[in-house]
Design a protein around this ligand. Structure first.
Ligand code: ATP
Ligand code: MG
Ligand code: MG
Length: 529
């Protein structure tokens, strides 16, 4: 698909958002600008957009920028570009940081109503108290004392302010641990990428999201299911602040085997140079999978077909790539490449030098034509040559039959060269070998690169350290030659090399076109456990 291109996909499910009315639904996609979008984010973005438009409502793109330590302008820019690439257009773009004044006021209101308190309990102790359902020694501070600390100490990040955080006074013994007086404001001296050093304390996710959702008119907040325990807290916040309630709709997080979808862990691979960057073809980022040959249509189809499932599953990549293959196969031009290490010369009596236009796709004339160079001297792969018997009749694809008259082998049995005679009257349906070949003169150097998953374990468990499961080799390069028509391809074009599979042109190195294998859903893992 082209940039920004959008197709309408009919979902194979019917879901009704509870209480949704045509023209009134407002959804939001709230990425934190702390990394590049990955396939999980793409799912969230596409689903939000799907519902907004299904109900002729509105989609808000909201940068959830409340933690300056992790956030950067670079990430914001990349998120905008990636959404555009996915054909997702938000009706409105906002930033949580726009509401810092408003959230500050609301925090003061909460303190005044006795629903929040400042706490300087050391972090470790606070964590332990929350685990054990114990009351903080600071829970009964007076409103005046709380206001004093929040407005004069925390706001200015004084030494005293830095020791404190603001906590919602909900229920320190609640069975649902997320309700045990969560932190709603904390100091941070790192300058914010949008508000600079105006603020020295920031609302937490738990405080910010219910407020901004309500203020922005969101009707349905789609959240991944692992936040379900936090739904009670979300509702509590809106009630405590007398804000319009928002309906929370949970959907399953998507996970893939042998894949990390945490921005923090992906950052580790970038920092350690295990990958080239966030757009590395081994990465599950939108950019990474696009570079690997995932089409926008393939990705959207996948997300919509996954739809409303609430079961968190560990998906096999083959599912999404098989779907992508259905998108690329009808339009991918067919080309030829042969692995360089194993080339065998075939001399063909009766052949002369000529060039002809042939369809790039036998079933789809719209794909156009390519030049096929014929010659008495052609090359085939050793792997094919080794199977040929004396006097066998074979078929050269896009050409015709050849009867093999001579086979020269070395002492190890490897074929050195072949000779044959052209037999165009021969019936290609009667031969068992349809071989790819190239004119010995008209071909160009290419490189074929395949990749493996970055980690060796299908599903990392809670106690696992991903650094213990790094795949030793994840890139595999082969030198090859290809037909001259490849010169006309552009970066990002997806083709099929006959009898090899689908490839995407990535870049050129030392005059060689470098193609990456596009997984087709049938590939097997190189490393099994
Ligand atoms: P990470 O752990 O990589 O930082 P995150 O959830 O913290 O992910 P956000 O930028 O906050 O990243 O996510 C934006 C939206 O994308 C959220 O609504 C979140 O629920 C959703 N999302 C993130 N990961 C997945 C996933 N694996 N599957 C589905 N949705 C996801
Ligand atoms: Mg998040
Ligand atoms: Mg996160």
């Amino acid at each position: 698909g082209k940039k920004g291109e959008k197709k309408v996909h009919k979902a194979n499910f019917e879901i009704d958002l509870p209480g949704a009315a045509k023209g009134k639904v407002v959804t939001r996609f709230p990425p934190e600008p702390s990394g590049y979008l990955h396939i999980g984010h793409a799912k969230a973005a596409i689903l939000n957009e799907y519902f907004a438009h299904e109900y002729q409502g509105k989609l808000i793109l909201r940068f959830d920028d409340t933690n300056p330590t992790k956030e950067k302008m670079e990430y914001e820019q990349s998120i905008i570009e990636d959404l555009e690439l996915l054909g997702i257009k938000a009706d409105q773009t906002t930033w949580s940081s726009q509401y810092f004044d408003k959230m500050y006021e609301l925090a003061i209101q909460m303190i005044k109503e006795g629903k929040a308190y400042c706490d300087d309990t050391p972090q470790e102790q606070m964590r332990a108290e929350r685990m054990d359902g114990l009351k903080s020694a600071r829970r009964d501070r007076s409103v005046e004392e709380n206001l004093e600390i929040f407005e004069k100490e925390m706001k200015l990040a004084t030494p005293e302010g830095l020791k404190n955080c603001l906590r919602a006074k909900i229920d320190y013994k609640c069975l649902n641990k997320t309700m045990r007086d969560p932190v709603i404001y904390r100091c941070n001296l790192t300058p914010h990428h949008k508000t600079g050093s105006t603020w020295k304390m920031y609302p937490t996710y738990d405080f910010c999201v219910p407020i901004v959702d309500s203020i922005e008119g969101v009707t349905h907040a789609l959240r991944t299911i692992e936040y379900r325990d936090r739904n009670a807290q979300y509702t509590w916040m809106q009630e405590a602040l007398h804000l319009r309630p928002v309906y929370v709709w949970d959907f399953a997080r998507v996970n893939f085997v042998r894949t990390l979808l945490s921005k923090r862990k992906l950052q580790w691979f970038v920092d350690k140079k295990y990958v080239s960057n966030w757009d590395d073809p081994r990465f599950p980022t939108v950019r990474g999978i696009r570079r690997r040959g995932m089409t926008v249509e393939g990705l959207r189809n996948f997300v919509i077909s996954q739809g409303p499932s609430k079961n968190i599953i560990n998906l096999d990549w083959n599912i999404i790539w098989a779907g992508n293959k259905k998108v690329i196969d009808p339009v991918a031009p067919r080309h030829t490449s042969l692995l360089s290490d194993h080339l065998v010369k075939l001399h063909i009596d009766g052949a002369s030098e000529s060039v002809e236009d042939k369809p790039k796709h036998k079933k789809n004339p719209k794909v156009g034509t390519k030049k096929v160079y014929y010659s008495p001297n052609v090359l085939i792969e050793q792997q094919d040559a080794a199977t040929i018997e004396p006097n066998e009749e074979i078929t050269l694809m896009d050409w015709g039959n050849v009867i093999i008259t001579d086979i020269k082998k070395d002492s190890t049995g490897a074929v050195l060269s072949l000779a044959g005679k052209l037999h165009l009257e021969g019936d290609f349906r009667k031969t068992s070998k349809k071989l790819t070949w190239l004119d010995a003169k008209h071909n160009i150097p290419v490189q074929l690169t395949d990749f493996d998953h970055l980690i060796t374990k299908d599903k990392l468990e809670d106690g696992d350290n991903f650094e213990d499961f790094l795949t030793p080799q994840t890139e595999f390069d082969s030198s090859a030659i290809g037909d001259v028509n490849l010169k006309d391809l552009k970066k990002g074009d997806i083709i099929q090399f006959e009898r090899k599979g689908y490839y995407i042109l990535d870049h050129t190195t030392d005059g060689k076109l470098v193609f990456f294998t596009v997984p087709d859903g049938k590939s097997v893992n190189k490393y099994s456990q």
